[in-house]
Write a protein that binds this ligand. Structure first.
Ligand SMILES: *Cc1c(COP(=O)(O)O)cnc(C)c1O
Length: 550
């Protein structure tokens, strides 16, 4: 590339991120617009800054935006063309497994995340990590590995809401507020979330009392479990608000999207110093922190002498939106010795069919199961894998996504399919899931939740079919306490109309695992949020919460 082309490339990519100021490689900072806009636009201070960013920037999977810094991708969440942000390259781990084996979770997080979040300074990133992974977690290991029946269960549920969403949502608020500072955003950031149970609570726990942020969660009245509802309506924090809507989850999600799309409302918010953002799983700021625990799990297996540095492992993930397993794939792309990524689905087995046939077809019945966080027919994060499998061809990806939106299905080419050969799909029915939870408990005394049960059942089937003996890590995504009723039913049969907390106490006696703080907290907690609204008045409810009315 000539110096001239290089300069042009740079300017194009910087312009694409709404920046008003460009770094000129000849040493000048070029003012694109009025001086006043300098404050808001992102600019690179020197050539070194530019060069480090050149190696890795963020781009939309649909081609509409490129050259973004990590911090602006996190702030924006979703690209304007509807695509997801992807790093331009997957960086390689720069540290040996032996060295990683001696590191804490926080140290590992820094070694992994700094490679993706290249415009965060060491100080900024370490501050985010330190603030996220602290005593909110009930173990210093943060994500402990538990061996049972020869399999390693990676427990990702030791955070404040006892589901794996905490792993990313406890750091996202810090990544976001740091990004706001770096990009000279002075508005208060308002996170709007529609939830069917887990995400809303984890996002609130993460954003509660984080300066410069507010969070408003909408959940369907009567559409979440008792524990999930109690977890949300007892949420502390002056900047949190919870609203039960008179409608279902789809109504909540549609309502939130409508608010995001209402430009007049956006102006009203901006006049009062607010701007909207999102904490859902398509934000790259949720994906990157999830890569960490796969690297950490590998390093722990090395430390504990279960494998030798360089040995391969398999990873099995109970999958819904395809975020968690994609993070495992990123870890493999970074150089972690992973053989097979086993993608476990419940009865909503759209991904199993996809990996088998190359046809993604969402036109099917939506089945409610006892692993509700995996009840999903459109796995948003799969788009990132599709994009990678086309060799980062945004046009090709865009065409497939348009087909999905138009006809409800798409078919990938043989070449793309061969690039996804690292993935093996599997599924477990409700009966297989319950049987596996009981089998493992009866054999080892270890109790797993209904999502982990799906993964465990799928792994057992995989092992029987393939005779693969490679050591395997299963992502354990929720505490059994979060789904006590289904878990106790699987192990001990019908629970009749026993009270939720009575079942929880029985689970404690059977599993000999202390009742987590998250559950004890809601047993007698004060209800703090009683707000309800109709689907049509969600926007006005947001206005009311933020005090926008004259
Ligand atoms: C969200 C969730 C999943 C699915 O994770 P994805 O990243 O959406 O694939 C699995 N289990 C539990 C408990 C969850 O909360």
């Amino acid at each position: 590339m000539t110096a001239m082309e290089r300069q042009e490339n740079m300017q194009v990519s910087l312009l694409a991120q709404d920046s008003k100021v460009c770094y000129n490689p000849l040493g000048k900072i070029e003012n694109r617009k009025k001086k006043a806009s300098l404050k808001r636009g992102y600019y690179l201070k020197n050539r070194e800054d530019w060069l480090s960013m050149e190696n890795l920037s963020y781009q939309s999977t649909r081609g509409g935006e490129k050259g973004l810094t990590a911090s602006s991708a996190i702030l924006k969440g979703l690209a304007k063309d509807g695509g997801l942000y992807m790093p331009s390259v997957i960086p390689k781990l720069e540290i040996s497994a032996d060295k990683l084996a001696g590191m804490s979770y926080q140290e590992t997080a820094y070694e992994v995340m700094r490679l993706f979040l290249t415009d965060y300074t060491e100080e900024e990133l370490k501050y985010c990590i330190r603030s996220a992974y602290d005593s909110k977690f009930d173990t210093e290991d943060i994500a402990p590995l538990r061996e049972a029946d020869g399999v390693y269960y990676l427990e990702l549920f030791h955070g404040s809401t006892i589901a794996f969403k905490d792993m990313a949502l406890s750091i996202l608020p810090y990544l976001m507020t740091t990004a706001a500072k770096k990009n000279h955003v002075e508005n208060e950031i308002v996170i709007l979330t529609a939830t069917s149970g887990d995400t809303g609570k984890a996002a609130m726990a993460g954003f509660a009392d984080v300066p410069g942020t507010r969070i408003i969660v909408f959940y369907p009245k009567g559409g979440v479990s008792r524990v999930q509802e109690l977890q949300m309506v007892t949420q502390k924090g002056d900047n949190t608000a919870v609203v039960a809507i008179h409608g279902n989850f789809d109504d909540a999600q549609t309502g939130v999207k409508k608010i995001f799309g209402d430009q007049d409302f956006g102006k009203r918010l901006a006049e009062r110093g607010f701007q909207l953002s999102s904490a859902n799983s398509i934000n790259i700021g949720r994906l990157v922190p999830q890569v960490v625990y796969y690297v950490y799990a590998y390093a722990r297996l090395v430390r504990d002498g279960k494998i030798m540095a360089g040995d391969e492992i398999n990873i099995t993930v109970p999958t819904g939106n395809f975020g968690n397993i994609l993070a495992a794939y990123f870890a493999k792309q970074m150089g972690l010795p992973v053989k097979t990524l086993i993608c476990a689905s419940n009865d909503n087995k759209v991904l199993y069919d996809f990996f088998k046939t190359g046809v993604y077809d969402k036109k099917r019945e939506f089945i409610l199961t006892s692993s509700p966080s995996m009840d999903i027919l459109i796995s948003s994060n799969l788009e990132r894998l599709i994009y990678m499998s086309t060799g980062m061809d945004a046009e090709a990806n865009k065409k497939l996504m348009a087909e999905l939106a138009g006809t409800g299905a798409y078919t990938v080419s043989e070449d793309m399919k061969s690039k996804m050969a690292d993935f093996k799909g599997g599924y477990a029915t409700e009966a297989e899931n319950g049987k596996e939870i009981k089998r493992l408990f009866d054999k080892t005394g270890y109790m797993i939740d209904t999502h982990t049960g799906v993964a465990s059942a799928v792994y057992q089937k995989y092992k029987a079919e393939t005779k693969d003996v490679v050591p395997t890590v299963i992502a354990s995504t929720a505490s059994p306490y979060k789904f006590s009723h289904s878990v106790m039913e699987a192990v001990f049969g019908d629970q009749g109309d026993k009270d939720e907390f009575a079942i929880i106490d029985d689970l404690c006696a059977a599993s000999k695992v202390a009742v987590p703080r998250a559950v004890e907290e809601i047993r007698n907690a004060r209800i703090r949020h009683k707000r309800e609204c109709d689907v049509d008045s969600m926007e006005e409810t947001v206005a009311e919460i933020l005090g926008l009315q004259a």
